[in-house]
Design a protein around this ligand. Sequence first.
Ligand SMILES: CC(C)(COP(=O)(O)OP(=O)(O)OC[C@H]1O[C@@H](n2cnc3c(N)ncnc32)[C@H](O)[C@@H]1OP(=O)(O)O)[C@@H](O)C(=O)NCCC(=O)NCCS
Length: 393
Amino acid sequence: MNDTIRVKNIDLRGVTVADTKISFIDGEKGVLIYRGYRIEELAQNSSFMEIAYLLLQGVLPDRKQLEAFSRQGVEARQVPGFIYESFKRWPREAHPMDVLQAAMPILAMADPDLSSETREANVLKAIRLIARLPVVVAAWHRIRKGLEPLPADVHLSHAANFLWQLSGEKPDGETARDLDTCLVLHADHTFNASTFACREVISTQAHMYAGVAAGVGALSGNLHGGANAQVMKMLFELESERDIPGWVKRQLEHGQKIMGLGHAVYKTTDPRAKFLKDIASRLAKKLGQERWPRLSSQIEKAALEEFERRGQTTIKPNVDFYSAPVYHLMGIPTDLMTPIFAISRVAGWCAHVIEEKFAEAQAKPTLYRPKAEYIGHYCGLVGCTYEPIQGRG
Ligand SMILES: CC(C)(COP(=O)(O)OP(=O)(O)OC[C@H]1O[C@@H](n2cnc3c(N)ncnc32)[C@H](O)[C@@H]1OP(=O)(O)O)[C@@H](O)C(=O)NCCC(=O)NCCS
């Protein structure tokens, strides 16, 4: 009996591979939901730590629960010194996403609960990962500039502390709140490429850090989290361009993508993009740097008109299109934009790790193991005639 379902080389679009209780997307209606709550409501009212709790525990925390969870996060910002010592030996030109991925097994070695596979121990690992990813990104940035990492400030919020450890300056409340909103918006997104990678690794019973390392690797690509840095590079390149519609046309004629536009699931609107567009406009106005959102709007308008002319009406701005100018306006270097995505998405990855490990949305944990059709050299089941190396000329 042949019970294989063939879904080859279609990017797994439209293929449902699991159940999940963590998040939901309606790509036609432009809706994103975390654990039942609309992203718009969460972005307006919740902090990132509240969202991390929601994703991990399945319910919104009450005040006491949030205080305790946040306190655990603050305490976990302390990173063992050997991590910085090893960073100091690494090449300074290393990409921060490579450093972040390489830091995962090192953080694993520093986790006292690594070998404990209870749900509680995994939540503790998740809190450490959520607390430490920003610390690691900030520390690497300083070390590569020849500076010492800064100690965490226990009085600062998650987002504010990251900006402090990165730049050595305490951010104003509005900037810290804006970054926190960005983290809320990026925290989870169902079975995107990095989350799928993460869950696939966890299905082998690997530990949480191994899964998150896979997630970081998948996120680094330009079609996924790497797109925000590509958007910023495009904005720099086009800063002095007078003919944006002409540039867009030429780009598409040469088969090039316009970064930050289009989405595998959203086909009408990405509900996160509106928030980021608003933050970009407000920040730009405050800083007198309105050319950035103006340029983004010009590219968006020209590209959407050109797509429309080509009959491609489903390609709209995604989360990366406006997060890039937002981060730039916050003074964040371009190559740290994708790591900031990771700093947020780690909350979703950890929630998915726990859901996968403890079969919280399925009957029992199972190993992901798809098949591939072999289309290579073939001489039948007896195998091809093997010629020892001496006889191969
Ligand atoms: C994200 C992305 C891979 C999703 O694409 P998708 O819905 O799976 O659709 P496809 O990649 O198959 O694209 C469908 C068509 O639209 C085109 N298209 C999609 N996004 C495009 C973009 N940003 N610029 C130019 N063309 C684009 C594709 O080239 C393809 O054209 P074709 O049918 O002539 O080959 C794609 O939109 C993209 O590469 N965007 C740019 C990268 C980006 O911003 N990534 C971050 C996503 S959050």
